[in-house]
Design a protein around this ligand. Structure first.
Ligand code: SF4
Length: 473
């Protein structure tokens, strides 16, 4: 089946076919980091993070250091969504938050002890789980602790993920008063039957009222997450959701493919497999959604993301200033990232790390006043080089040999002989153009850009490993 995308004002019109997606959309990582988190090792622990933080601080003393980004993970949710693949704790006991916030305070103290207080933060993100599981007073407490530890001002991008079922316009006003200026709504699908099938019922009217309130409150950027491939979705029902989202006109839209992996994610076992759409239906939904967003004036940013032309992400893409971090695409330059909370991932210098994944382990470490780092990786020279290549492809859709050669002192054609050969079938299929000194991802190639990036991933060796990742169909 071929899906011809309706030409949009400023965007090239890709043609995605089921055959093309089957051939090139191999399951693969989203490259919010390279190496990806599944390559982290337990040999990397708290002492390694301490060293990295101290080196960062020394760098700041001798002059200049990377800006800082902070991510706070709030793991709790009131009820489970059956498609969920996040690290979360389902509970109705809101009093559990108090113990967690005590632990977060200890973790913040330990980080600041190594990294110096008052460092400026350019980006602060609350994710989960559901950050809005916390009451207004609890959110205020966490933001207060962060403001005492770091320098956060009106220039800081402060964003929060919101479960529409847990907030009211008044609660959004409270978030705004705390300094949050960006907001992301988990919408997924507006169809009542789909919402029942995934155990996440949130009527269109309530989401509409919240988005209107967020706009009136002056949130600078409003994002909506959608998922296609959910049970009981059809191309017709999903087209209605796309139309409804178009009416709400969020600044950004993230459109994710549902990956049904019930062996790995327990909640997904409650999804009735027979109710899942077919591969052809998934391709139709994706194609129609892309056409719908482009036709309504959205720009395609890159893997899964769309934005209105005046949104900072779209502007950054036009100006070649797009970056990628654990929260996806970003306008912020390559930041060090402090990940706080259970399972959070961070990056300091040429190191990635991840905190303990269970609350018990997380609390245990902090009771001993130890950073709760459980694993991580110190990047090799090859990792740093390949990260630059992969991020250039994922963010700019273009790999300029000269800039990589100058920065990493290699010869691209010699170093990546095998990889450049592997791009040849993609070039023949019209996904990339191989120029004498560059690789250019085409308009169609952008929609399978991770497959292009995967060619340069040294760690992806067996198909068996790849099956752990999601794909379009
Ligand atoms: S999808 Fe979000 S709100 Fe639903 S269970 Fe998962 S983390 Fe919680």
């Amino acid at each position: 089946m071929n899906v011809h995308i309706v030409p949009a004002r400023a965007e090239p019109a890709p043609v995605l076919s089921e055959a093309l997606l089957r051939r090139f959309d191999a399951p693969g990582p989203r490259y919010t980091s390279y190496p990806t988190a599944d390559r982290f090792v337990e040999a990397f622990g708290p002492d390694d993070l301490c060293n990295a933080l101290q080196q960062r601080t020394q760098g700041a003393v001798v002059g200049g250091t990377m800006p800082l980004s902070v991510y706070v993970h709030i793991p709790f949710c009131d009820s489970v969504c059956y498609y969920c693949a996040c690290n979360k704790v389902i509970t109705k006991h809101h009093e559990r938050a108090a113990e967690y916030l005590d632990a977060l305070d200890v973790e913040i103290d330990l980080v600041v002890a190594q990294a110096r207080a008052g460092q400026p933060v350019s980006q602060l993100h609350f994710g989960g789980g559901s950050p809005t599981f916390l009451s207004d007073a609890e959110l205020q407490r966490v933001v207060g602790s962060l403001r005492r530890a770091f320098h956060i001002d009106e220039c800081t991008e402060m964003s929060i993920e919101v479960d529409p079922r847990t907030v009211t316009p008044e609660r959004l006003a409270s978030c705004r008063a705390l300094g949050f200026n960006r907001i992301s709504f988990g919408v997924q699908d507006f169809d009542p039957q789909v919402q029942i099938a995934v155990h996440r019922v949130q009527p269109f009217d309530s989401v509409r009222d919240l988005m209107l309130a967020a706009r009136e409150l002056g949130f600078k950027s409003i994002n909506a997450d959608l998922i296609y491939g959910l049970p009981r979705q059809t191309p017709q029902s999903f087209a209605r959701t796309v139309q409804q989202i178009g009416e709400l006109r969020p600044d950004r839209i993230a459109l994710y493919a549902y990956a049904h992996l019930p062996q790995r994610f327990k909640p997904q076992r409650r999804i009735v497999a027979d109710e899942l759409p077919s591969a052809a239906q998934r391709v139709a939904m994706l194609g129609d959604a892309i056409a719908g967003f482009l036709g309504r004036g959205y720009h395609y940013i890159g893997m899964d993301h769309f934005a209105l032309p005046d949104d900072a992400l779209a502007v950054a893409k036009r100006q070649g200033r797009l970056h990628r971090n654990f929260q996806g695409y970003s306008t912020q330059p390559d930041c060090d990232l402090i990940g706080l909370g259970v399972s959070s991932i961070g990056k300091v210098g040429a190191n990635y790390y991840q905190n303990a994944k269970t609350l018990d382990e997380y609390y245990d470490a902090l009771r001993q006043r130890q950073l709760p780092v459980q694993r991580g990786i110190a990047l090799t020279r090859d990792d740093v080089l390949r990260r630059a290549v992969i991020m250039a492809l994922m963010c700019q859709g273009r790999l300029e040999f000269e800039s990589i050669e100058l920065a990493h002192l290699i010869n691209m054609r010699e170093y990546f002989t095998r990889e450049l050969e592997q791009l040849q079938p993609m070039a023949e299929a019209g996904l990339v153009e191989l120029e004498p000194g560059a690789v250019q991802v085409t308009a169609t190639g952008w929609y399978v850009v991770r497959a292009v990036a995967m060619v340069f991933d040294r760690y992806l060796q067996s198909d068996r490993q790849r099956e752990r990742f999601s794909r379009i169909i």
